[in-house]
Design a protein around this ligand. Structure first.
Ligand code: HEC
Length: 155
């Protein structure tokens, strides 16, 4: 099922990506509020890891490191390979809401190879797997992500 807001999401996606890249130049120490402790919910991370191992690992690789090869190079069909979800690629450039939307709905506009999970996973399982993904990021990247997350939450 295609929802009409996917186009908006794709635009949002591109915009956030640019914003995040600009912010990546800032030093992490300039963040003015500490991010929430992402390791507090250890059980949630463990549950998320189980979901990841079962449903995501085959494409996104061990500990989100991605498959071998360059995730930025499209295949013959013009589609991107599964990117790493650790902090070496792009996943951390997205606020929680966008990560959840990609997991729920799959590739924006159905234009890629990321499956939609909304019929397979519960909302809780999707949140758990996002908690696991965040646990794979370095402290510095998590700090940068948090600055962007906060901006995305501002009205
Ligand atoms: C069949 C292979 C496949 C499986 C299984 C898969 N993905 Fe993906 N995923 C992809 C591809 C391919 C992309 C890139 C999407 C695009 O280019 O449209 C992607 C993109 C993503 C993104 C966006 C990353 C970014 O940098 O913007 C997230 C988040 C993600 N996947 C999470 C998951 C999670 C969580 C699971 C398991 C519940 C999962 N994926 C399972 C193939 C897969």
């Amino acid at each position: 099922m295609k929802s009409p807001n996917l186009k908006i999401l794709a635009v949002l996606f591109a915009g956030l990506t640019l914003a995040a890249c600009e912010q990546a130049d800032d030093s992490a120490s300039s963040a003015d509020s500490a991010p929430p402790n992402r390791y507090q919910e250890v059980h949630q991370i463990a549950r998320g890891q189980a979901v990841y191992t079962q449903h995501c690992l085959a494409c996104h690789g061990t500990e989100g490191k991605g498959p071998p090869g360059d995730w930025r190079i499209r295949d013959a069909a013009g589609r991107f390979p599964p990117p790493p979800l650790d902090d070496s690629a792009h996943a951390w450039h997205h606020p929680t809401a966008v990560l959840l939307e990609v997991i729920r709905e799959g590739s924006p506009g159905g234009q890629g190879n990321m499956p939609a999970w909304k019929d397979t996973l519960s909302e809780q399982q999707m949140q758990d797997v996002v908690a696991y993904i965040k646990s794979l990021w370095s402290d510095e990247v998590y700090q940068l992500w948090w600055k962007m997350e906060r901006q995305s939450l501002e009205p």
